[in-house]
Design a protein around this ligand. Structure first.
Ligand code: FES
Length: 309
């Protein structure tokens, strides 16, 4: 299997498709099969309209790429387009090394992961980046109008936050940072309580909680996640608290934005109640940050006083 990722300003987002190695299909054939808008005309390597740039996703050295036999048509057309250098022609002829630009109708998909970039039809408008509905809601750009939808998002957020904080806590514990581990276990506990509340309410309304199929959030992260993707045992308590503060604040703002924009009174009440609870967590963390900063500054003052003696 080979992963082939297509990227173009004429596409709202990159698309990765799987090609079966050995099919000996061209990049253009694969693109057509998946409705990827690579322009083409002759399909014989003569017109150059299917020009693409091919980069290898994993190729530690240039010689770990699959060798190629560049056809005379492709070589000549690339040369006329000014898309192949003398050195690249030498590498292709002597070492079978692929050049950077290729003609999609001449280039066969091999058993390697590649990125295929192309300009596409320049008469077509450039696509704006695809933003999922979840991302728009996260950014406050869409109103949530049904209780089921609100609960669907709340379940997803709290589930993710609970797992995330629990993972951080375990990492801290393993790394011997018990103090910060305790804080993250506590935050995981908060999220689990919220999750239970959302699930309980959801089951009363509808057994099938509505979680939209495109629930993917920006950067694959729900609002309450901190920017800490992996536990760093060397992190100080203050740093961990500040990272947690960012996540909790985003969760609070998320619920507040829904409460402020929805036209459904039931959703507004629910969102307000979730925001209220988030604000309680925020206060706890803010107080901990203040206390930690005070402890650090007083410890620093004590050190200075000892040194002056
Ligand atoms: S379609 Fe003409 S060169 Fe590929």
């Amino acid at each position: 299997m080979a992963n082939v990722t297509f990227s173009s300003p004429r596409m709202a987002k990159d698309i990765t498709v799987y090609a079966i190695a050995g099919d000996r299909g061209t990049i253009l054939a694969l693109a057509k099969e998946h409705n990827i808008p690579i322009p083409f005309d002759c399909q014989d390597g003569n017109c150059g309209s299917c020009l693409v740039e091919v980069s290898h996703i994993y190729a530690p050295t240039k010689y770990s790429k699959y060798g190629i036999a560049l056809t005379e048509e492709e070589k000549e057309t690339l040369r006329q387009l000014g898309k192949i250098s003398r050195e690249e022609i030498y590498e292709a002829e002597v070492n079978d090394m692929p050049p950077r630009y290729r003609l999609a109708c001449q280039c066969f998909v091999r058993n390697e992961d590649i990125m295929v970039s192309f300009v596409g039809d320049e008469t077509l408008p450039v696509e704006k980046p695809h933003i999922t509905r979840a991302a728009k809601i996260f950014k406050g750009g869409i109103r949530v109008e049904t209780v089921d939808e609100f609960l669907g998002y709340a379940v997803k957020i709290e589930e993710d936050a609970a797992d995330h904080f629990y993972g951080l806590a375990e990492g801290m514990k393993e790394g011997g940072n018990a103090e910060v581990a305790k804080l993250f276990y506590q935050l995981a506990g908060f999220s689990r309580l919220h999750l239970k509340e959302a699930k309980d309410r959801a089951s009363k309304l509808d057994a099938d909680v509505v979680i939209p199929p495109d629930y993917v959030w920006p950067d694959q992260a729900t609002p309450e996640r901190t920017s800490m993707m992996a536990a760093d045992p060397a992190i100080t308590k203050l740093e961990a608290l500040k990272a947690a503060l960012v996540g909790e604040r985003r969760g609070y703002e998320f619920y507040l934005a829904i409460a402020e924009t929805t036209g459904n009174p039931e959703v507004r009440d629910l969102a307000k109640s979730f925001a209220r609870e988030e604000s309680e967590h925020l206060k706890i963390i803010e107080a901990s940050v203040t206390r930690e900063e005070w402890l650090i500054s007083t410890a620093g003052m004590a050190d200075e006083a000892t040194a002056a003696q």
